[in-house]
Ligand binder design. Structure first.
Ligand code: G6Q
Length: 577
């Protein structure tokens, strides 16, 4: 058995004794897993070689049912994956890979509350935060649902009191501005959701997000505010994050300098954290603190008390619909067969391009102003979760993981980087996301945008042959012969894969589904790559390193303890600042 495992490792390009797990450490279960993965991977390799040259435009021409066969619907969400370089067998083989990776078991363990974040010995239960089933979810034998529901009720009561003006500022004025001070997972989710659901925000309420420790960011936010009508939410799981605590202290000083009395802090500062001691030490009464738990990862936390700005903005009902939408996706993810399962298919297509076609990046292109921060949000969700080069057992990974996720609103991208998507030398699979109904009264704008949305994925798929290019030149009144060498620059090879996600409209429920779709996609990919998708040791390093350098910046003597580049840069900074 151990010998077969070693072969499997070698087949995957890992030589025992170099980067691989030493042969003797392979348990029978591991060996079996490697063999199953090897079999599934080899089948996919053979399949890749067989279909790599197939053209999507031919597949569409010969199969009028392709859209029906390769699209899925869940509620208001349509996922069209027919513009991918796949045939039925591709999906079958990719699902076999997921089976070999034991996806169903890992999925069960996550929802059940097992400590699958093994480096931190934590359960991974963002799904419990939106568990609407009434079924208990246990961590260490204890049902967490009562605490979850209590905290949601506390958040709701607080949000209502701000929204109806019952809870007011120190001079009796209504709260009109809510500032979330947090960074990373304590910022990106609430910010993205509040932007996306802007039409649902109570009129007269303004939301601000302060994350960057650059003083300019704090000044920009504070100068817009009136201390009498501003509520600050200090959001930090650890309540030790340097950027957040610095911004929070600055906000506190600004507030005190204008209000003049510490007693007023209670009406204007609340905290969201897992660290009550640090919250008290900061000067926020723990009665004004909302809690979550170590089994909620920062980047998965918008469903928890970290979502307080969302709850204040769109109300209890809206927040509840957001959770309902995510829960609907959770149920689909748990129950739908792998080959009809949206997050699974989305994940497997990502694996297909990254590990077989060698695509290094993945673009997210919302054609919806409301989703302008979705690429940044997903960048953290994806790259912090799966940007790993050791597997869950600390061994070097057998294949590359997490492509570089990037993107911007699609319509702006068309005038900027789409050149590379259409004609660049790299394959960049992309997700195109849009809503059918617009919240804008300028309906004709929406049709213009959507016509671009549809034409782009069609063009990426079809491309334009030499003959078609010559025809296009003629249609434009030019002679292809005179166009000369320009013709070759105007050919599009096509066959560039895209997924399309079309929502009926943007509302809390549909947004909840969309975000949960991506969360589970990332989980599935992590399982296939055998990663712990729920720690972030890479991100922790910066938090530690900067602290010692900050002391050096304030010391009088020249800095000598680093490499010559770092010493030189620090000393130059000290001279110039
Ligand atoms: C998320 C990461 C990271 C984290 C921030 C803020 O998964 O762990 O982005 O959210 O570093 O941390 P705090 O909430 O502890 O301030």
């Amino acid at each position: 058995m151990a010998e077969r495992a070693a072969n499997a490792l070698q087949w995957c390009g890992i030589r025992p004794g170099t980067r691989a797990l030493p042969e003797e450490r392979a348990t029978p279960a591991e060996a079996e897993h490697f063999v199953a993965m090897q079999k599934a991977t080899e089948a996919l390799m053979r399949h890749y070689e067989a279909i790599e040259s197939l053209q999507m435009r031919d597949m569409f021409a010969t199969d009028p049912q392709r859209f029906d066969r390769f699209s899925l619907e869940l509620g208001d969400l349509l996922f069209d994956y027919s513009k991918n370089r796949i045939i039925d067998e591709t999906i079958t083989l990719l699902c076999e890979l997921a089976e070999a990776a034991d996806l169903k078991e890992w999925r069960r363990l996550m929802f059940r509350g097992d400590k699958i974040n093994n480096t931190e010995q934590r359960a991974v239960l963002h799904t419990a935060l939106r568990n609407r089933s009434g079924i208990p979810v246990r961590v260490d034998g204890k049902d967490v649902m009562p605490e979850v529901n209590t905290e949601i009720a506390r958040m709701a009561a607080f949000a209502v009191s701000i929204r109806n003006g019952e809870r007011r500022g120190f001079t009796g004025k209504r709260i009109s501005d809510v500032v979330n001070i947090g960074i990373g997972g304590s910022d990106l989710g609430p910010k993205m959701v509040c932007e996306a659901l802007e039409p649902f925000i109570q009129p007269g309420l303004r939301l601000h997000f302060l994350s960057n420790v650059d003083g300019v960011a704090a000044e920009q936010v504070l100068q817009e505010l009136d201390p009498e009508t501003t509520l600050f939410i200090v959001a930090s799981k650890t309540f030790t994050t340097q950027e957040t605590m610095t911004n929070a202290r600055t906000a506190r000083e600004w507030f005190l300098s204008q209000s003049g009395d510490e007693a007023f802090i209670a009406s204007h500062f609340v905290a969201v954290s897992t660290n009550s001691e640090a919250v008290s030490a900061f000067g926020i009464d723990t009665d004004n603190m909302f809690v979550f738990w170590d089994w909620v990862g920062g980047r998965f936390s918008l469903w928890s008390a970290i979502g307080l700005p969302i709850m204040i903005a769109i109300g209890e009902e809206g927040f509840s619909e957001l959770l309902d939408g995510a829960h609907a996706m959770d149920c689909h993810f748990m129950e739908a067969p792998l080959e009809r399962n949206m997050p699974v298919i989305l994940a497997l297509l990502g694996i297909w391009y990254h590990n077989y076609f060698g695509a290094e990046s993945h673009a997210v292109l919302p054609y919806d102003q409301a989703l302008r921060s979705l690429p940044a949000y997903l960048q953290q969700l994806d790259m912090e979760s799966n940007g790993k080069s050791v597997d869950r057992d600390g061994r070097p990974v057998l294949t590359t993981t997490s492509p570089i996720l990037w993107g911007a609103t699609g319509i702006n991208g068309q005038h900027a980087f789409y050149q590379l998507l259409h004609q660049g030398s790299r394959l960049v699979p992309a997700d195109f996301i849009a809503t059918a109904e617009t919240h804008s009264s300028l309906k004709h704008h929406h049709d213009i945008m959507m016509s671009n949305f549809f034409s782009q994925t069609e063009a990426l798929m079809r491309g334009r042959t030499l003959g078609e290019t010559r025809e296009a030149i003629e249609d434009a009144g030019d002679s292809p012969d005179e166009a000369g060498h320009r013709v070759s620059h105007m050919i599009f090879e096509g066959n560039r894969p895209t997924n399309t996600l079309l929502l009926r409209k943007m509302n809390p429920f549909n947004l909840g589904m969309l975000v949960a779709l991506y969360e589970h996609k990332i989980f599935v990919q992590g399982v296939i790559w055998n990663l712990n998708s729920f720690d972030q040791w890479g991100g922790e390093l910066g938090k530690q390193l900067a602290k010692s350098i900050l002391d050096e910046l304030n010391a009088g003597s020249a800095v000598v303890g680093h490499d010559s580049s770092t010493n030189g840069l620090i000393n130059t900074y000290k001279r110039l600042r």
